[in-house]
Ligand binder design. Structure first.
Ligand SMILES: CC(C)(COP(=O)(O)OP(=O)(O)OC[C@H]1O[C@@H](n2cnc3c(N)ncnc32)[C@H](O)[C@@H]1OP(=O)(O)O)[C@@H](O)C(=O)NCCC(=O)NCCS
Length: 172
């Protein structure tokens, strides 16, 4: 694995430039869209990334972060502080652009998320939900130290009928 030498996280605020860049990024991952909904993302997916919130969660609890390689947006993180309980951070999405994968960026971003959540001082674990049809992600999260909690819930999106496998990692 040759690591991307340049790696930087920058918060994104969801202004028109961010929306354009994130939409382009999401469209660069058609395999992900296919795995979780059986079809490409529509033109509103970036807006959803910034605006969608679990029930009862305030917008202020959500952070969207760009993963930059050089000056290029190579990935995105969607993180929620305190969901479903105050001591858990929910990683809604970690996505690396197709052209930047298998170079360690996902691993570095996952570690950076752990550091960020640790710095909050309120959460002792990070939780993710992985759609079973997204097999590479299951391998990635296991390799990154996440374990299945045993909790599963049905997933129905577009043509895909599957389950969401809930995984967690305890952070020190
Ligand atoms: C999952 C994802 C974030 C991984 O990012 P990445 O930068 O390619 O990951 P890394 O290079 O850090 O890979 C670390 C390890 O994870 C595993 N892994 C990553 N991608 C894999 C794949 N496609 N198939 C099998 N194993 C994979 C490997 O063990 C890899 O180590 P190796 O390259 O030394 O074999 C990326 O594939 C992605 O963005 N996918 C689409 C979005 C997505 O599914 N996000 C997760 C939603 S729950």
């Amino acid at each position: 694995m040759s690591e991307d030498s340049s790696f930087e996280l920058r918060p994104l605020i969801g202004n028109p430039e961010d929306l354009l860049e994130v939409q382009r990024l999401l469209e660069s991952a058609p395999d992900y869209a296919e795995a979780i909904q059986g079809a490409p993302f529509d033109s509103h997916e970036a807006t959803r990334t910034f605006e969608e919130l679990p029930p009862g969660v305030a917008r202020s609890a959500k952070t969207v972060i760009g993963i930059y390689s050089g000056n290029e947006l190579a990935g995105v993180i969607d993180l929620i502080d305190g969901f479903p309980v105050p001591t858990t951070a929910m990683l809604g999405l970690l996505l690396i652009a197709g052209t930047h994968r298998r170079r360690g960026l996902g691993t570095r971003a996952a570690r950076a998320v752990e550091d960020l959540v640790s710095s909050w001082g309120t959460c002792d674990r990070i939780r993710i939900g992985v759609v079973r049809t997204n097999e590479p992600a299951l391998v990635f999260w296991k390799a990154t130290g996440y374990s299945a909690t045993g909790e599963q819930r049905p997933w129905e999106e577009g043509a895909v009928r599957s389950e969401v496998i809930v995984m967690e990692k305890l952070i020190g």
